[in-house]
Design a protein around this ligand. Sequence first.
Ligand code: ATP
Ligand code: MG
Length: 574
Amino acid sequence: MSKEAIENNELPKTNFLHQEIDKDLQQGKNNGKVLTRFPPEPNGYLHIGHAKSICLNFGLGNFYKGGTNLRFDDTNPTKEETEYVDSIMEDVKWLGFDWVGEPVYTSDYFQQLYDWAVLLIKAGKAYVDDQSADEIAAQKGTPTTPGQHSPYRDRSIEENLNLFERMKNGEFKNGERVLRAKIDMASPNMHMRDPLMYRIIHAHHHRTENEWCIYPMYDFAHGQSDFIEGITHSICTLEFEVHRPLYNWFLDQIIEADPKLKELPRTRQIEFARLNLNYTVMSKRRLLELVENKIVEGWDDPRMPTISGLRRRGYTPESIRVFADKVGVARRENIIDVSLLEHCIREDLNKRAPRVYAVIDPVKVVITNFPEGEVEWMEAGNNPEDESMGSRTLPFTREIYIEREDFMEGAPSKFFRMDVGREVRLKNAYIVKCEGITKDENGEITEIQCTYDPDTKSGMEGSNRKVKGTLHWVSVDHSKQITVKQYDRLFMDEAPAGHKDKDFKDFLNPDSLQQLNNCWIEPNFMDAGGEFEDGIKRFQFQRLGYFCLDKNSTEDHPIFNRTVSLKDSWSKQK
Ligand code: ATP
Ligand code: MG
């Protein structure tokens, strides 16, 4: 995309949200301004579903040059923590986005929201209810039958004001009283049946500490927060569509009670379908369960669908942005195949990750006609997809490792790897011929003997002699020992959370982590490049897959996480 195209607003408008916003702009709404927001509740780490919402909201904010607010929806002190606030900021930045000014918090508006609640009471539009949550629920009715009025619905305004103030002053226990909107107990929209506005929670809040013991409900806070910030377009997931009339009702009452607010622009809410991925659970509640039960190592376990987990696994921000783009924005719920996400990271790393040599299940090969103690340095290109990534050298020696699975005794003719009497090419080195093997008392191969053909050095004349197989290898004396962690999907079921009588944890994949400690990598792998902009080092291990250095890795003891295999192995298996 050319710079001019961006400046002239000629980017492809890929989703219906652009069309809706364009309509508003054409009608001259908001003085041509567009301001979006991303409003996470800091009660967990962000996941790939949030990533889609981030790409969408920040994408629109950037596109229309109005920006995006990062707002922490912190109305429930018992579940929210600063650790989550920090992780959310880190994840949004890592994805490549920045918010307007400082992050904002719904708790910044607690006083304003309280004042508005008082306005509603004064207007006869809200009342304090002394009933328990169960009693209130029992009066709710069903979508087809009306609910019943609370016995406290017709309290006088004075009594309501007095009780609400005493709620605020901490005179009552949790759950003893609530503030409710007085709307319509017969409304076909259940959210309009006198919804709760405030509840009593005696708890320490991560920002306001012990200043408040009443907290606004999400529904009483969200629309007003958008309004206060001058958000022009509030992009929500579909489940909020039915809440929209309530958000509008609250604002209508507030503006009626305080007419000077009439001048301010009203937010427009537009809903889209949330991202669902198969083989994945995505609610923070369930992800927290995995963390608390130590089923995974933490929120950033590389098997988690969290942004921090994907990052530790080796995903790049670019691949996640491309994924968000590919899944698009729809008005109808659908389920995306997790292999699309894997496809996106493969494509990105194929272009950008340098190729290095590592053997993760080694068997020793002795090249009997290669002199002992001699080292021949072979040149290896760092990425055939991108010559500008240069090359490095590999030490070729008499003793090397190859993968155990690259040898088969008495192999069928279709097995294009090593067997006694056959020739294969060692990539970037020579053609070798297998002459014999040594086994231990259990029949396990302990050594393979080969001879090499000195006239077949890669890149030299004679090297174009064709053999069927090409293997990767590392020098026994020169390679470095590493730990490799291979991950598979965390769940074996396509919809682990979609079973009525089973817990999602019943579908955990017992083999989702395989740790290998007897693995060897070429000594110069760090010279191949591999350090990405986010500071994470990512590589392709030739023929094995894409790997990145883990956060716990050290120079003496490198630990690699497998990001993804070279090919989709699930599509064949299942
Ligand atoms: P969860 O249900 O997974 O715990 P949530 O919706 O409670 O998530 P919030 O912190 O309230 O999490 O979400 C912040 C924003 O991210 C919201 O605007 C929400 O609509 C959006 N979001 C959450 N999950 C998804 C998803 N799967 N796809 C798209 N957007 C999502
Ligand atoms: Mg939520």
